[in-house]
Write a protein that binds this ligand. Structure first.
Ligand SMILES: [Mg+2]
Length: 282
């Protein structure tokens, strides 16, 4: 790799850096440590909320930028230089670039779509933390955090595919999108992880104008496909049933398939890239 080329890595969490069942990142530690040693920025791009991501940051050794709720918001530490034309606001210890509508706007439109379509969905706003635990297996404290939302509504659905289609059609007419994550459908604004990653890459380019950023993305689900489209090296993780997400034709020749499931595959592919790009030994 030439001297002015640096890696910038975007990663999904559930089923990618975190194990699908245990939510543990432990199998990825050798690669996480190497990234830290080499000072390579790792940007989380997840459907999770700020409240859910925050406790993970010290565990993962990440202190910079993260993207929440499927690309609805970008959180940057205070003092991180943001190009003037990008509007941001301060929230707690962060500068936030909000891309999608607020949670209250989303919820109002979800109710409207339920009325118009005659189809009810079971959204996080209507579920207790205990119900979320039973659907996800996550810790009760995390389930409580997952209800503190800023920009999007995940839901489950137990009716027919036709009903789901009718509901999504109305959601789209109201200017919102429905994204398919690993466990839930997510109602969001006109956002995706790819748009947010593109903005984030631009911020890094602006701060370090002499650097050629080589971008990498890791994910396992349909909502990661927009992320794969905007990076130089897309990596798809194997799922617990050993399958991979179905990729569009345009990406098939370009995507690296991780040889293993979740964080184990994450570790193997990242170490391999670091050996090639950074001359990492071992
Ligand atoms: Mg995932």
């Amino acid at each position: 790799m030439t001297e002015d080329t640096h890696l910038l890595i975007f990663t999904d969490l559930d089923g990618t850096l975190l194990d699908w069942y245990s939510y543990s990142e432990s199998a990825a530690w050798p690669a996480l440590n190497a990234l830290r040693r080499l000072n390579i920025p790792l940007v989380i791009a997840t459907s999770k909320t700020k409240a859910e991501v925050e406790p993970l940051l010290p565990l993962l050794g990440i202190s910079e930028v993260f993207i929440t709720e499927n690309g609805s918001g970008i959180f940057l530490p205070k003092g991180f230089v943001i190009p003037e034309e990008m509007h941001s606001y301060l929230l707690d210890d962060y500068q936030v670039i909000q891309i999608g509508p607020s949670y209250s706007e989303i919820l109002a439109k979800v109710s409207q779509a339920e009325r118009i379509s005659g189809v009810q969905v079971q959204g996080f706003s209507t579920m207790s933390p205990e119900e979320i635990v039973s659907l996800t297996g996550m810790d009760i404290e995390y389930a409580k955090r997952s209800k503190k939302r800023d920009f999007s509504e995940p839901f489950v659905f137990d009716s027919s595919q036709e009903d789901l289609k009718r509901f999504i059609k109305v959601i789209n007419k109201l200017g919102l999108s429905c994204l398919e994550g690993g466990r839930f459908h997510h109602i969001v604004g006109d956002v995706d992880k790819g748009k947010a990653a593109r903005i984030t890459s631009k911020i890094y380019k602006d701060i370090f104008p002499g650097v050629n950023w080589k971008t990498i993305a890791l994910g396992d689900s349909p909502n990661d496909i927009p992320l794969f489209r905007v990076v130089d090296i897309p990596i798809v993780l194997r799922r617990p049933d050993n399958s991979y997400v179905k990729l569009p034709e345009s990406l098939r020749g370009r995507v690296i398939k991780a040889p293993d499931v979740g964080p184990k595959g994450w570790n193997a592919v990242i170490l391999d890239i670091l050996r090639k790009e950074e001359g990492l030994n071992g």
